[in-house]
Design a protein around this ligand. Structure first.
Ligand code: 1GP
Length: 247
């Protein structure tokens, strides 16, 4: 069956994509619905829902429902653990935090979550996920053995390992709110040697940075913070998507 993962990976071959990340901890479900409407109009290709500091599974459910009520985009969970899976989502990034020292984030949460994913009938999209310096909250909570900003060889190794495991996507994460996003040279190094779509996020808040990261080789740019509580957010997002797609 041709699923959301198939559709997004074939789309990513044709053009650069943008995914919006909404953290249920950062706004009310109602506000998440309003933002979802805007990111859809701006041309984002999917809405990811997740965060490292979530405490309430109900908040995830309500946020996903509000987004679904306001957007036709696929809603993909970006979970920090099995308890934050929502049956209202379309899909879930079945992501292993490959450079975590804590096996919960590498495989144990997945053992619990897989049963729920099957029960809920949401689509799992496998993804290798690594956290690069500075890593921010995701790095701390995920107990990541952070990849150094200049350690391109290690980043390429993780990306190739993801591809060889059969994972569909590879995500280079600098951490939400990072003052320094993943470097252009790391993005280019990974892109040159790996065939699965490359997702890059963390600290990308302006048009110039987004464009540079796309030109360096990112297939999909994720922004989270840039969508929050800023009256200019919609205009900025429209410009980011135009810039990465070279329109
Ligand atoms: C975090 O990469 C994402 O998982 C988004 O980061 O909030 O800095 O855009 P920002």
């Amino acid at each position: 069956m041709f699923g959301i993962g198939d559709r997004l990976s074939s789309l990513a071959i044709q053009k650069k994509l943008h995914f919006s990340l909404l953290d249920p901890d950062k706004q009310t479900p109602k506000m998440a619905g309003l933002i979802a409407d805007e990111v859809t109009a701006a041309g984002s290709s999917a809405i990811m829902v997740g965060g490292s500091t979530l405490s309430s599974p109900m908040q995830v459910d309500e946020t996903v429902r509000a987004i679904k009520d306001n957007s036709s985009l696929p809603v993909i969970l970006f979970p920090s653990g099995a308890r934050f899976l929502s049956k209202y989502a379309d899909a879930v990034f079945f992501m292993s935090l490959l450079n975590s020292r804590n096996l919960d984030y590498v495989i144990r949460e997945h053992v619990k979550g897989s049963l729920l994913i099957q029960k809920f009938g949401i689509e799992p999209i496998s993804m290798g996920y690594v956290i690069v310096e500075p890593g921010m909250t995701a790095g701390r909570v995920g107990d990541a053995d952070l990849i150094g900003q200049n350690d391109i060889e290690t980043a390429v190794g993780y990306a190739l390992a993801s591809e060889y495991f059969g994972m569909r996507f590879f995500y280079l994460e600098a951490g939400s709110g990072a003052n320094k996003p993943v470097s252009d040279s790391m993005i280019t190094g990974v892109k040159k040697q790996v065939n699965i779509p490359l997702i890059v996020g963390g600290g990308i808040r302006d048009v110039k940075t987004a464009k540079t990261k796309a030109q360096a080789g990112a297939d999909i740019i994720v922004t989270g913070t840039a969508l929050e509580q800023d009256p200019q957010a919609f205009t900025t997002l429209c410009k980011i998507i135009k810039a990465i797609q070279g329109r």
